[in-house]
Design a protein. Structure first.
Length: 642
């Protein structure tokens, strides 16, 4: 049994909700009486580092005198509370839910305000009366003293004594009950008395259930029936006939309303294989019940949750494929696991997946943010990038952001079908069942454990603070309006979000710069066309010049532009580059050479592309500037002169 089953029982039956009174001790909580406000149960969840698992205890104010006569190992002295009114309960697979529930009922009743009847004197006695007062009857106070005293009038000794006489029956005669079918009488005789454990209760239920597996009836359901862990034994004869008639219609696909406690009998039957031997058949019948009974509005609020839990437990305990677990498991639990897997390893995950995971675990307010609805998914991308940045860089005492928000995978005991009347017939060998990357189940020595991230250890305030700070800064950056107020507790997240914003600003600026695209594939054709044109313009003498005489005098060749050997640039372009290398503006040189800045930049970039392999000169707002990464290359090309 788990502690959560006791809290659910208290809420369902008495409308008592668990109260967490100590923020610095999240594992401790209380259940208080709704009328008196006094504690009737102290709940404790503590992590045992030696065992590597969570231990659950409870101190109940039920009085030690109310404990069952047979000793039970899970009933102990109180852990925290003191006095004879308190009893300790340890929760494990041996803890019997019906025993704990009865003790809680007594704790609840013991706190109710009551009344005490005080007898001022003993009743009058007449000589020869067959009724004599016992010492207990002459006691002035009732042994059940629970509240203010109420006086009872004293009979006058002289008054005549009333003599009992039978009164004639004045109403309609009570109709005779129809005899119970022999099959039901035989079923009742199968019940074995003497044991109170859940295992004995499940054995009785299965023994009677398999005996009645094919029984049908046509009697209507009558009366009211409410109880926890109901079995056939708690029903009257007429109710048994009504239940089996309801089950007859259900098996034909005719789902009719019935009290939830009676409907649980059918679910217990299916879990134990009564009417459905194969596991797959049990799952199909449970799913059909969900669609035909629960979707029709019948049943109670907890029934769907229990049903989903049992279907998943059937899959795990019997080792069925993982696809069935995804199909029949609790959707909320599976969604939480998927979101945790995404946030634990966000790199490589789509932006939409990271953002959806943040909303699933951090609340829907983020999803409604105007920053998230920014066009073209820009806001969603920034949310996702902010989590990636913070998850990779943030660390406190060796714990990254994910661990700060969601803790680590913890090991705790797992009790399949502990909130059902179920007889375990599964194999006892050790095994492991991996449900997903965030949750696995394993059986060791006949006991089950689950390894998973537990919501009890989630730091919701940490995640909410990160999302609030991200939302605040993105609204300001994107100028969405409806700005949020700053919260000092969340400023730890600001540097990571601002870093993402700065990275996007640089990317936007780079994208806005004009790109010079040089198509080198056409250069050969241009050269060939230029050569043909040049040859067509030459005269015969130009094509075949006469060779100079050996003693002819020749002028020395004109030196190349200073500082620019073997560079296909004119003198004006070289001077422009030299001025830029010295950090001087090139505006005057451009005017002198009557060159447009963009034309000069294109000419220089094209001439140096083969040497550098990239654009070396930028033209922004008609101003020329060298690309910082290629300054040394340009200086080397110009021969080291500037």
């Amino acid at each position: 049994m788990e502690l959560s089953e006791l809290t659910q029982y208290a809420e369902d039956k008495y409308k008592i909700k668990e109260e967490h009174k100590w923020a610095d001790i999240p594992g401790f909580s209380v259940l208080t009486h709704p009328k008196t406000g006094r504690w009737i149960a102290l709940l404790m969840r503590q992590w045992d580092t030696d065992l590597g698992m969570e231990i659950e205890h409870c101190d109940l104010k039920c009085g030690r005198e109310t404990l069952p006569a047979s000793g039970r190992p899970y009933l102990l002295p109180p852990v925290r509370m003191k006095g004879p009114k308190w009893v300790g309960v340890s929760f494990s697979r041996e803890t019997e839910p019906d025993v704990v529930f009865r003790l809680f009922d007594r704790a609840y009743v013991s706190e109710q305000a009551g009344y005490t009847i005080v007898l001022e004197s003993s009743p009058a006695q007449r000589s020869g009366s067959p009724y004599q007062s016992s010492p207990a009857a002459r006691s002035p106070v009732s042994p059940y003293r629970t509240g203010p005293a109420a006086s009872v009038p004293v009979q006058d000794p002289s008054a005549p004594v009333y003599q009992d006489t039978p009164l004639p029956f004045a109403g309609r005669p009570r109709p005779e009950r129809s005899p119970l079918p022999e099959k039901l009488r035989e079923m009742k005789r199968l019940y074995e008395y003497g044991r109170e454990s859940m295992e004995a209760k499940a054995k009785n239920f299965c023994r009677q259930g398999f005996f009645m597996e094919d029984y049908t009836d046509d009697a209507p359901w009558t009366g009211r029936f409410t109880g926890y862990f109901p079995t056939y034994h708690e029903l009257t004869g007429d109710q048994l006939r009504g239940y089996f008639a309801w089950r007859t219609h259900l098996r034909l696909g005719d789902f009719r309303p019935i009290t939830p406690s009676a409907a649980y009998l059918y679910l217990y039957e299916i879990l134990n294989g009564i009417g459905a031997r194969e596991i797959e058949d049990r799952l199909e019948k449970l799913r059909a019940f969900e669609r035909g009974f629960l979707d029709a509005g019948y049943g109670d609020a907890r029934m769907r949750t229990n049903l989903r839990r049992w279907m998943l437990e059937l899959v795990i305990v019997n080792g069925l494929p993982q696809e069935l677990a995804e199909q029949y498991g609790d959707p909320e639990m599976l969604e939480t696991d998927r979101a945790l897997a995404v946030l634990r390893d966000p790199d490589g995950q789509p932006d939409e997946a990271v953002f959806s995971a943040l909303c699933a675990l951090g609340g829907k307010k983020t999803e409604q943010s105007p920053a998230a609805s920014f066009p073209e998914g820009r806001g969603i991308r920034l949310f996702a990038e902010a989590w990636r940045k913070a998850a990779s860089l943030y660390s406190v005492r060796g714990k990254d952001l994910f661990t700060q928000c969601f803790g680590t995978q913890a090991v705790r005991n797992w009790f399949p079908f502990s909130n059902a009347v179920y007889l375990d017939k599964s194999p006892q060998e050790d095994r492991t069942y991996v449900l997903n990357s965030c949750r696995l189940y394993r059986k060791r020595g006949g006991s089950w454990q689950v390894v998973s991230y537990e919501k009890l250890h989630f730091d919701k305030a940490k995640l909410a603070g990160f999302l609030h700070e991200t939302d605040l800064l993105l609204r300001q950056y994107l100028k969405t309006g409806r700005y949020l107020k700053e919260q000092s507790a969340d400023v730890w997240a600001a540097p990571y979000i601002k870093a993402v914003i700065e990275e996007e600003k640089r990317a936007v600026l780079e994208a806005s710069r004009p790109k010079v695209v040089l198509n080198l594939s056409g250069l050969d054709k241009i050269r060939r066309d230029a050569y043909i044109t040049q040859q067509s313009l030459l005269t015969e003498e130009d094509r075949f010049p006469e060779e100079p005489a050996e003693d002819s005098f020749s002028l020395p060749e004109e030196p190349a532009s200073p500082g620019a050997p073997n560079v296909p640039l004119g003198d004006a372009e070289v001077r422009i580059l030299q001025a830029l290398l010295r950090g001087e503006p090139a505006d005057g040189l451009l005017r002198e050479a009557r060159l447009m800045p963009s034309i000069a930049a294109d000419t220089i970039n094209e001439a140096l592309f083969d040497m550098v392999g990239d654009t070396v000169l930028l033209c922004e707002d008609d101003r020329l500037s060298l690309v910082e990464d290629y300054i040394e290359d340009v200086l080397e090309i110009l021969g080291g002169t500037s």
